[in-house]
Design a protein around this ligand. Structure first.
Ligand SMILES: [Zn+2]
Length: 307
């Protein structure tokens, strides 16, 4: 059983304007590196209908987004979340990639998957676009696992350097989902203190200061992994943000590319014990192109080695 990469050329049509850190070159950099690896299975997103979005976002919000896509030029959904004509398909295909990845694992086509998508999703709340995110891809994946496959325990592990405020918002009162986030704090988006725990103690925030290095990060990660293990998830989704790399221009963690191999290995070890290795990882942040390409390659290598 192999690892699948789910991606679509439509992600390149999501134009965010000149000089925006969240731009098409990111997916291009990730894919260029992964194409060298001949063991990977390449998959396209599933075609999805609005009802897949409606399990997570409100119908009014979906209507607002779908009426906002401009026929030409750019439109700002918030100060830094920009959409263009091509964003309409890109946003749908980002979600469709997660759905294809989940279905592929459930149908035993491959053992695990990485979705190389954009726009990212973890800042998008039920009713709000923010922080480059429009639909919350990982949250829709978790809801889909619960509704379509009847899972009762889905874990989301988010190692993006920013707090997963959108994912937390969506699952704050949902005991079927354990959300764990490591992030720089205090920092954008402002949330993510360890006092935010969710109604069922189902949110685990691990705030860390600017300057956190590899060893400090891996020590803190262990705390999250204990929670993950105790939860005994039936499926694990990863919000894979590589902006915790030392070279990232948007944040101040000091992780090295190889750390993403180690982080992934440790999450996978728990997935083996609790859910037979069922893991779908979804690209979130990462804004230095070299660091992003290297780190995502380390991440995928760990997924590939797992058996
Ligand atoms: Zn981020």
């Amino acid at each position: 059983m192999k690892t699948a990469i789910v991606t679509s050329d439509t992600s390149l049509d999501h134009d965010t304007g000149t000089g925006h850190p969240e731009n098409p070159d990111r997916v291009t950099a990730v894919i260029k590196n992964l194409k060298k690896n001949k063991q990977l299975i390449w998959k396209k997103p599933s075609k999805i209908k609005n009802k897949i979005l409606e399990i997570t976002h409100s119908p009014d919000y979906i209507k607002f987004v779908q009426n906002s896509f401009p026929e030409k030029g750019l439109l700002f959904l918030d100060g830094d979340t920009i959409i263009s004509p091509g964003s309409k398909e890109a946003t749908i295909d980002a979600v469709g990639s997660v759905i294809a990845a989940i279905d592929g694992i459930e149908n035993k086509e491959f053992k695990n998957a990485f979705c190389a998508v954009r726009p990212p999703g973890h800042h998008a709340e039920r009713n709000k676009a923010m922080g480059f995110c429009i639909y919350n891809n990982v949250a829709i994946g978790a809801k889909y696992l619960i509704e379509r496959y009847n899972y009762k325990k889905v874990a989301i592990f988010d190692f993006d350097v920013h707090h997963f405020n959108g994912t937390q918002d969506i699952f704050y009162e949902n005991e079927k989902v354990l959300g764990i986030s490591t992030h720089q704090y205090p920092f954008y988006p402002g949330t993510g203190s360890d006092k935010e725990k969710g109604k069922f103690n189902n949110i685990q925030n691990i705030p860390l200061p600017a300057g956190t290095n590899s060893q400090e990060y891996l020590n803190a990660l262990e705390f999250g992994l204990i929670k993950l293990k105790e939860f005994k998830p039936e499926f694990i989704l990863i919000s894979a943000g590589f902006d915790s790399h030392k070279d990232d221009p948007l944040a101040q963690f000091e992780l090295l590319s190889k750390d993403f191999y180690e982080i992934t290995k440790r999450i996978l070890k728990i997935s083996k014990q609790s859910c037979n290795g069922k893991v779908v990882s979804i690209l979130e942040g990462g804004y230095d192109l070299n660091a992003l390409a290297e780190s995502s390659n380390e991440h995928v290598n760990a997924l590939l080695e797992f058996d």
